[in-house]
Design a protein around this ligand. Sequence first.
Ligand SMILES: Nc1ncnc2c1ncn2[C@@H]1O[C@H](COP(=O)(O)OP(=O)(O)OP(=O)(O)O)[C@@H](O)[C@H]1O
Length: 267
Amino acid sequence: MSDLSGLPDLPGIPALLEIENLVAGYRDAIVINGLSLALAEGSALALLGRNGTGKTTLIDTIMGLTHHVSGRIRFAGQDITRLPPEKRATGGIGWVPQERNIFRSLTVEENLTAVQRGGAWTVARAYQLFPRLGERRRNFGNQLSGGEQQMLAVARALMLDPKLLLLDEPLEGLAPIIVDELLAAIARLNREEGLTVILVEQKARKILPFTDRAIILDRGAIVHAARSDILLADEAAMAAHLAVTERPARARRRSQADTTTEPRTSP
Ligand SMILES: Nc1ncnc2c1ncn2[C@@H]1O[C@H](COP(=O)(O)OP(=O)(O)OP(=O)(O)O)[C@@H](O)[C@H]1O
């Protein structure tokens, strides 16, 4: 049996996020079933699992957007279990939802200045991280490709100076070249800027090289936890817990819509 606690394995590094016996979901359904997890400051966690296993619900629960039944969430030493979502956002938890929270009727630059707080992250720094956004600064959100929208969603989250960044399937439906660019930016944020990251993805192999640890969910509980490099080499665990089958209709539809707006990478 693997270590189900997901505790940080680097001695002396404090946990930025601690989740204890969490039970949560929606008014009519419990989805997260007694989940415990500790995430070391500066680490990157791959949150994996087949379709419908509770990954988004866990991310949304960390943001305070679901129905809390029992258990505790601590962030940066503070109990945030009952804190409203906006306080979590301003308190250092950055959230990039699957739907990409951007204003489509504002320009790239307006999207960023609308949430800028005068902290460490400036618009210029966001353009350094994502040069494509700088080139597209006067374009409206609805004129961007799927990949550019995703970059803008990440940049918007950074404007609030988060300590922890939650990325819910940011790579879904994007062209391979854009996936590489986004992953490189996420790695830079984690490894050079020290930002703690939780990255949700269905295709484990894509993100394991960019994370330190991985947990796999099934029915809202952790069924496997391991160092990412170890999981990457563990064919048996991958086959037992992760999907190798086709993606669901919902994801496929979004994927098709997005890739049509990506710049073509081949003739
Ligand atoms: N608003 C909701 N009300 C009730 N049940 C929901 C709601 N949203 C999701 N669920 C259920 O919660 C379970 C977990 O869904 P969730 O979206 O968290 O899974 P996931 O692992 O993120 O899946 P995917 O990879 O498809 O995004 C599913 O059974 C889903 O049907």
